[in-house]
Design a protein around this ligand. Sequence first.
Ligand code: AMP
Ligand code: ZN
Length: 109
Amino acid sequence: MEECIFCKIAMGETSSEKVFESDDFIVIKDANPKVEGHLLVIPKKHYRDFLDMPPELYEKLLMTARETVDKIGVKEFNLIMNNGKFAGQVIDHAHLHILPRKEDDGFRI
Ligand code: AMP
Ligand code: ZN
């Protein structure tokens, strides 16, 4: 997966704004934030999408999201995962969006 930007970020070959890291995941700031504080939870190993991920990682994925929102002190947010082109997935390396929300922030799903 030499051409995968999220693999490169996970391996430290491409710079990113890292906010959290565990054995299995890296959490970075989205380079093109849809809302203020937009983050991405990315498995360090390459999986195409949610269906490609081993189910044993599902709990860890959500726990990483939980630890991240606790760490940054966000109480209102969306968790969104785009799976497949028609669902809006642009980067074919599984990732969970954390979108902190504020009143009248203009974001619509
Ligand atoms: P998706 O549409 O679910 O595939 O979302 C991909 C997300 O990755 C978008 O929100 C992009 O802004 C974000 N993105 C793309 N390249 C980078 C990068 N190099 N660093 C951080 N975020 C990125
Ligand atoms: Zn990858």
